[in-house]
Design a protein around this ligand. Structure first.
Ligand code: UD1
Ligand code: UDP
Length: 381
C-alpha cells in the first residue's frame, strides 16, 4: 500500500513550536510520508524554531514582508500554496491554530479538494474582534476542516455547540509534547544574560506582549503598568524578549526602555524561552502559548487581555485575567509580588492542556480516519 502523504503547513513561531513534535511523530510512522510546507509568515522567528527542532521543510513560500497586512499575508500564502500542493500532492493537509497562515492553508487545501485536519481546534472567545483576527480565522477553519484535534473537552463542546458532530478527537495540546523535549534542570542558556540573572535574590518577571488588538492604547497602558511595577518593586526584575513586529519594538522601547531592571532582549529560541519560564517567578503575557506552558511549569500567569479562549487554567486557579487597564495590571502584579499566600495559591503545576502524548493521538487518529489503524482514546485532564 502507498504511504499516506500528510503535509503539515505552518508559518509563525507558535505554530512551528506546536507542530514540530507532530512533524516528528508523523515522520516516525511507517505508514506515513511526513511532508512539511512553511509559509514563513515569520522569517527569523520561524527559522529559529526549525533550527531548535531540526526540521527541514520540503517547501518554503518565504512570504514575509515588513509590516505585512492581513491581506498581503493571505494573498501571498494562497498563491504560493497552489504550487506546493500541486508538487507535493498531499492526501491530507494539517494546519494549526488560528493565524493567517492557518486560514490560508486550509482555504488553499479546500480549493485543491484536499481534506484538512485542524490541530488546536475548538478554541473560542465568541468575540469576532478579540483576538483579532484569530477568532475569525479559527471559525473559518472549522467550516473547512474534516478532522478536529481539540486540546481539551471544553474545546470539543464548543464545536458540538456549532453543529460539528464528526471527526472530533480530544488529544491534549501538542505544546506540552514540545515542552517535554526542551525543559531541563541542568540547561545552560546560550544568551549570556539569562545565565547571569539573579534568580534566587530577585523575582524574575517574564513578559511578552504582541497581539494586534493590543496595538496602540492598550499596549501603552500595559507597558506603563509594567514600568511602574519595576519602579515600585526593587525585588522585581523584568525580562521581555520583544517580538520582531516593528509596532511592538517601537512601543517596548518607548515605554520600557532605559530602566536598569527591565531587560528588553531579542526573541529567544524556544528551548531558551521554556527554560527561562521554568526558572522565573511569574509570567505576564498576552500570548496564547504562554498561557498553556506556564501552568504546566507551576508559574502564575497574568493575562494582558480582556478575554481568553483558554479558560481551563483560569478555572484551575493558576492563570488570572488582568485586562488591559494600567491600574488593574499594576495592582494584580503588585499583589503577586507582595502577598505570599496569593502567590502560592497560583503557583501550582496544573496540566489541563495535555499529558505530552497529543502527537501520538493525532497520528493515530489520522491513520484511523484513512482505515489504517485503531481509533485513539481521548485525552482526559
Ligand atoms: C502573528 C499571528 C498571531 C500570532 C503571532 C505569534 C496573524 C495575523 N497573526 O502575529 O496570531 O499570535 O504571529 O507571534 O496571523 N517580523 C519579523 N520577523 C519575524 C516575525 C515577524 O521581522 O520573524 C515582523 C515583520 O515586520 C512582520 C511583523 O513582524 O510584518 C508582524 O508579523 P505578522 O506575522 O504579520 O504578525 P504577528 O503580530 O507576528
Ligand atoms: N516563545 C519563544 N521565544 C520568545 C517568546 C515566545 O520561543 O521570545 C515561544 C513561547 O514559549 C510559546 C510561543 O513562542 O511556545 C508563543 O508564541 P507567541 O507568543 O509569539 O504567539 P501566540 O501563542 O500568542 O500565538
Amino acid at each position: 500500500m502507498d504511504k499516506l502523504r500528510v503535509m503539515s503547513v505552518f508559518g509563525t513561531r507558535p505554530e512551528a513550536i506546536k507542530m514540530a513534535p507532530l512533524v516528528k511523530e508523523l515522520a516516525g510512522r511507517e505508514e506515513i510520508e511526513s511532508l512539511c510546507c512553511v509559509t514563513a509568515q515569520h522569517r527569523e522567528m520561524l527559522d529559529s524554531v526549525l533550527n531548535v527542532f531540526q526540521i527541514q521543510p520540503d517547501w518554503d513560500l518565504n512570504i514575509m514582508t515588513p509590516r505585512q497586512t492581513l491581506s498581503t499575508i493571505t494573498s501571498r500564502c494562497l498563491t504560493g500554496m497552489d504550487e506546493a500542493i500541486e508538487s507535493l500532492r498531499p492526501d491530507l493537509i494539517l494546519v494549526h491554530g488560528d493565524t493567517t497562515t492557518t486560514f490560508s492553508g486550509a482555504l488553499s487545501a479546500f480549493y485543491h479538494k484536499v481534506p484538512v485536519g485542524h490541530v488546536e481546534a475548538g478554541l473560542r472567545t465568541y468575540d469576532k474582534y478579540s483576538p483579532y483576527p484569530e477568532e475569525m480565522n479559527r471559525k473559518l477553519v472549522t467550516a473547512i476542516a474534516d478532522l478536529y484535534f481539540c486540546p481539551t473537552e471544553n474545546n470539543r463542546q464548543n464545536l458540538l455547540k456549532e453543529g460539528v458532530d464528526q471527526g472530533i478527537f480530544v488529544t491534549g495540546n501538542t505544546v506540552i509534547d514540545a515542552l517535554k523535549t526542551t525543559v531541563d534542570k541542568e540547561y545552560r542558556f546560550t544568551t549570556d544574560l539569562l545565565n547571569r540573572l539573579p534568580y534566587g535574590e530577585k523575582k524574575i518577571l517574564l513578559v511578552t506582549c504582541h497581539r494586534r488588538e493590543n496595538y496602540g492604547k492598550p499596549m501603552e497602558q500595559i507597558m506603563t503598568a509594567l514600568r511602574r511595577v519595576a519602579e515600585d518593586h526593587p525585588e522585581a526584575e523584568l525580562v521581555y524578549p520583544v517580538h520582531l513586529s516593528p509596532a511592538v519594538q517601537e512601543a517596548a522601547k518607548t515605554y520600557l526602555g532605559n530602566h536598569p531592571r527591565i531587560h528588553l532582549i531579542a526573541p529567544l529560541a524556544a528551548d531558551e524561552m521554556h527554560n527561562l519560564m521554568a526558572r522565573c517567578y511569574m509570567v505576564l503575557t498576552d500570548s496564547g502559548g504562554l498561557q498553556e506552558e506556564a501552568p504546566a511549569l507551576g508559574k502564575p500567569v497574568l493575562v494582558l487581555r480582556r478575554e481568553t479562549e483558554r479558560p481551563e487554567a483560569v478555572a484551575a486557579g493558576t492563570v488570572a485575567l488582568a485586562g488591559v487597564e494600567e491600574e488593574t495590571i499594576y495592582a494584580m502584579a503588585s499583589r503577586l509580588l507582595r502577598d505570599r499566600e496569593a502567590y502560592e495559591a497560583m503557583a501550582r503545576a496544573v496540566n489541563p492542556y495535555g499529558d505530552g502524548f497529543a502527537c501520538r493521538r493525532i497520528a493515530d487518529a489520522v491513520l484511523w480516519h484513512f482505515g489504517r489503524g485503531e481509533k485513539p482514546e481521548d485525552f482526559h485532564s
